[in-house]
Design a protein around this ligand. Structure first.
Ligand SMILES: [Zn+2]
Length: 255
């Protein structure tokens, strides 16, 4: 038997669930193949050598056999365990949220190296960063995964009239995809005011490299407002995305 059907890939474990008697079904994100679902056979048996290398959040080097329905994991070795993530409840819950974001924003077999890189870097920042760095790393991830999947919020031009946003109190329109100038926002039923401070933080996260962001200290109310706005933007975007994915699936089925 030739090994044409075998391939090697790095992967970060996003999800795992029990499958059959002793197997696990893994959802992983890879650098060049995107999101994949794999069967890890026999890993719930005590003798399994693979089991320790496919814990959640682990970055592993995998060998996989392409299958007719599901690909099968044949070998796994830990590249980076992010051990510090598992020693702290806050870090664990942040890491869960992070892998869930990647899982929900991506489709199988749709590779994006920048998403893989961002995921790996954010796991490291959550594992080793101070609480402030962990907060900023998650917001950085949120705003960049939006950008990398085509949902980048517009923070520089009014989404209604296109004029450049000035340094004053403006409005934000979640379903419109970004900021509104004061003139457009004032008579828009679903616009909400956005302070200059919050807008500046969002722009900073969107345009600056991590090295400049990592040391930023935010006031408690700015911090809460940024987190809250991003969470609502992401929730809205995911609902819209799920609807469009369902719609595309239905189209394909019908055609
Ligand atoms: Zn406007």
């Amino acid at each position: 038997m030739t090994n044409d059907r075998l391939y090697n890939t790095d992967a970060i474990i996003l999800r795992r669930r029990d499958f059959g008697e002793a197997d696990r079904l893994l959802t992983v994100y890879t650098p060049h193949r995107g999101k994949l679902r794999l069967v890890a056979k026999g890993v719930r048996k005590t003798k399994s050598k693979k089991a320790g290398h496919i814990e959640l959040f682990t970055h592993a080097a995998l060998q996989v056999a392409a299958g007719r329905n599901l690909d099968i994991l044949t070998q796994a070795d830990t590249v980076q365990a992010y051990r510090a993530l598992r020693e702290d409840l806050d870090k664990i819950s942040h890491a869960y949220y992070l892998v869930e974001l990647v899982d929900k924003f991506t489709e199988e077999h749709d590779p994006s190296y920048p998403i893989f890189e961002l995921l790996a870097l954010t796991l490291a920042r959550l594992a080793d960063g101070s609480p402030n760095e962990q907060f900023l790393a998650l917001r950085f991830m949120e705003i960049h995964i939006l950008g990398l999947t085509g949902f980048q919020p517009q923070l520089f031009l009014c989404v209604d009239c296109g004029t450049q946003i000035q340094p004053e109190e403006n409005f934000f329109h979640i379903s419109g995809g970004g900021v509104l100038c004061p003139a457009c926002g004032a008579h828009h039923p679903h616009a909400e005011p956005i302070s200059l401070g919050v807008l500046k933080v969002l722009r900073f996260l969107q345009t600056r490299p991590w090295e400049q962001i990592a040391g930023v200290q935010l006031k408690a109310d700015t911090r809460r407002a940024v987190e809250n706005l991003l969470l609502r933007y992401i929730t809205f975007t995911l609902e819209k995305r799920l609807k469009s994915v369902d719609f595309l699936r239905k189209l394909r089925k019908d055609s």
